[in-house]
Design a protein around this ligand. Structure first.
Ligand code: PAF
Length: 280
């Protein structure tokens, strides 16, 4: 497996990689959820193609009070995991090489980011769109894979690729979960043992809400309240938002018409976890 840190070297290599080139962008601190994306990338690349993972903790997508400094960076371990999974190349540029000190151009999606996580994380999705644009330009992938846990991110990136005519296919991959239902996340390591014990209630609440809406006709606000009440059974949980929305527009939608996305963000202490269930 090649490890590339230089931007110039990545640009040079990207001109001659065997196609299809399949990209998995990550911020490192890899878990089985990321590795499932690598497995999917390997399948899509086939025997002739090439898989690239990027590891870059992107300062532009962290708010001033968020965890950029303490975000885990176990680079050697990550490389070992990627190599064991058969990834062909890791691109891991340094922050100071990715962003000029006076960088003044960004990529902003202006509709889908005004709801859900975009409300409590202003600027976050501009940071994501900007770095993903830069990674696409540097690696020149044919396909890029993103986890469905970050459903809003996936929706925004699909819109970005559509509106800016990027020649990159965006693939969503199902969320990988612990056996108790908690969605895998690099941030789960911040949870205290007690918070970790309570955190699976997030997914249970979304699943119960799905059952509820399949059992009887229920309004959007009643369903959102139902989810809030369920999550409220975890004493350490503080709900940031609960949303029942159209999965393409992310606009509020009555659940009498499927599909709907049930999505939530919940704080346990300072750790913010997100999850969602798509009801089709
Ligand atoms: O989902 C993530 O890990 C990040 O938002 C991404 C897509 C790698 C961009 O930094």
């Amino acid at each position: 497996m090649l490890i590339v840190k230089s931007i110039a070297r990545m640009q040079q290599l990207s001109l001659g990689l065997p196609k299809p080139v399949v990209l998995v962008p990550t911020m490192g601190s890899l878990h089985e959820g990321h590795l499932a994306l690598i497995d999917r990338a390997k399948k899509l690349a086939g025997r002739k193609g090439f898989t690239v993972a990027t590891i870059f903790v992107n300062p532009a997508q962290f708010g001033p009070k968020e965890d950029f400094q303490k975000y885990p960076r176990p680079f050697k371990r990550d490389c070992r995991l990627l190599q064991n999974r058969g990834c062909d190349l890791v691109f891991a540029p340094a922050v100071e090489n990715m962003y000029e000190p006076d960088a003044s151009v960004t990529v902003t999606e202006s509709q889908l980011q005004t709801v859900m996580c975009g409300v409590s994380r202003p600027g976050h999705f501009t940071g994501v769109c900007t770095i993903v644009t830069k990674l696409f330009l540097l690696v020149q992938p044919d396909l890029a894979i993103f986890g469905e846990k970050d459903f809003q991110q996936l929706t925004i990136l699909r819109r970005m690729v559509r509106d800016l005519n990027f020649p990159v296919g965006i693939i969503g991959h199902p969320t990988v979960r612990e056996s108790d239902g908690l969605a895998l996340s690099s941030r789960n390591v911040y949870l205290s043992p007690e918070e970790r014990r309570q955190a699976p209630l997030i997914h249970q609440a979304l699943r119960e809400a799905e059952k509820e809406l399949r059992r009887q006709s229920v309004s959007r606000s009643a369903l959102e309240n139902f989810i809030r009440r369920q999550i409220g059974q975890a004493p350490a949980a503080r709900v940031d938002y609960v949303a029942v929305v159209d999965p393409e527009t992310l606009l509020a939608k009555e659940p009498s018409q499927l599909p709907v996305l049930l999505a939530t963000a919940v704080f346990f202490g300072t750790t913010r976890l997100i999850d969602n269930v798509l009801v089709k």
